[in-house]
Design a protein around this ligand. Structure first.
Ligand code: ADP
Ligand code: MG
Length: 372
């Protein structure tokens, strides 16, 4: 009996201790900055928070933004049969389909960038993307036949998807496959940022597979801005070429060296030119678009990659886009060109320091043929 009583007291104490340590573990302040990272959408995420956090707050925050990412995946993935986008792609033609706000929003952004880029950004290019084995259809890495290409090219076009933002619905008017891979990652980045804002976090950097958005500073004193590196491939490995401050803005970079396959020494990029159904090939190594919304930045970066430097910079000027292009010249040297909005945002002093040139088509034309 005495023994039993003792055990009860002992177990009681033990439980009390467990509860206590549990509490203190959650209350434990973490060293700043706190970095969360993992894999998502076949790519990676890195979320860095500078604001003071306890272990418990960090856990809740991570759970919260992972739920946002899961919801984007559920809406827009082309890799899961139950995704809202896949269901939309299988719905009968010409019938309006009620959709989630976020899917309608991303379809509407896609439509706007498609119109402003003369169809260079085109989510219906998904059918052709699959032919080139960059999409969800399992295929061997080979060059599709002319017949296959022209058959799919005849159907695609961004005008085959109508979006009604008033009533939150959309419809397909031809047998096309909507693929939001060129904009969804940017949208997901925006969603994570919006979630952190809602939670009152004031200093953070979100990086989703190279699409970035920042808020505040990288130190609690508010003195050091976030910095990002624009990379170029050196001996096959990406290396930071320009380090730029990123203050409460987002950036998306399209580069042809990250996702491609090679056949007989020829490199095929995963960005497809909707006008001829072929992967883009030119001297543009990367295009970075700085924009308050990462979804817009992401879509534009893909659009400008399609049209190349000359037309891309013209579009950047027409649409007042903040753009940095890295171009490979004839001698294999990299040159960096900025749109007027970039000059306005980052300032000439920084550009001079980094050796970034203001875009003047005549100069670039003469020394770096665009291959367009
Ligand atoms: P990047 O980082 O190079 O911009 P993204 O992941 O943003 O790459 O977009 C590439 C994806 O976009 C491709 O895998 C394809 O699914 C889709 N895509 C390819 N070409 C186009 C295009 N012209 N318009 C819209 N989406 C495209
Ligand atoms: Mg993109």
């Amino acid at each position: 009996m005495r023994c039993n009583q003792r055990s009860v007291i002992f177990i009681g104490l033990l439980l009390f201790a467990v509860v206590l340590t549990g509490c203190s573990e959650n209350d434990r302040p973490l060293e700043s900055p706190v970095r969360f990272e993992g894999d998502i959408f076949g790519s990676f995420y890195q979320v860095t928070v500078v604001d003071p956090l306890t272990q418990g707050e960090a856990n809740a925050l991570e759970e919260g933004f992972l739920a946002e990412l899961e919801s984007v995946d559920q809406a827009m993935s082309t890799y899961r049969d139950d995704a809202e986008l896949i269901v939309f792609n299988q719905a009968p033609l010409n019938e309006w389909q009620p959709l989630s706000n976020e899917l309608v929003e991303v379809l509407a952004i896609s439509r706007s960038v498609a119109e402003a880029s003369d169809g260079a950004f085109d989510i219906t290019v998904g059918d052709v993307v699959n032919l080139w084995s960059f999409g969800p259809e399992a295929r061997t890495e080979e060059v599709p036949s002319e017949a296959e290409l022209s058959e799919r090219l005849a159907i695609i076009g961004y005008d085959a998807i109508d979006v009604d933002t008033q009533n939150m619905q959309a419809r397909r008017t031809r047998e096309v496959f909507a693929d939001l891979s060129g904009v969804a990652k940017g949208h997901a980045t925006d969603r994570v940022a919006a979630y952190l804002d809602q939670q009152g976090i004031e200093n953070y950097l979100v990086n989703l597979g190279g699409d970035l958005i920042s808020r505040g500073h990288r130190d609690q004193e508010g003195e050091t801005p976030w910095r990002i590196g624009i990379e170029i491939p050196q001996n096959g490995q990406p290396e930071a070429q320009h380090v730029l401050p990123l203050e409460s803005i987002s950036v998306a970079t399209s580069g042809d060296y990250r996702n491609y396959f090679e056949v007989d020494g020829e490199r095929y990029s995963h960005t497809i030119d909707p006008r001829n159904g072929r992967p883009v090939t030119h001297n543009l190594a990367s295009v970075s678009v700085f924009h308050p919304s990462n979804a817009w930045a992401d879509a534009w970066a893909t659009a400008l990659t399609v049209v190349g430097s000359e037309t891309g910079m013209r579009m950047a000027m027409e649409n007042n886009l903040n753009v940095l292009m890295l171009i490979n010249d004839d001698e294999g040297h990299w040159r960096s060109f900025a749109s007027p909005a970039f000059v306005h945002y980052f300032g000439e002093t920084l550009m001079n320091e980094l050796g970034i040139e203001v875009w003047e088509s005549s100069i670039a034309n003469r020394q770096t043929p665009t291959g367009e």
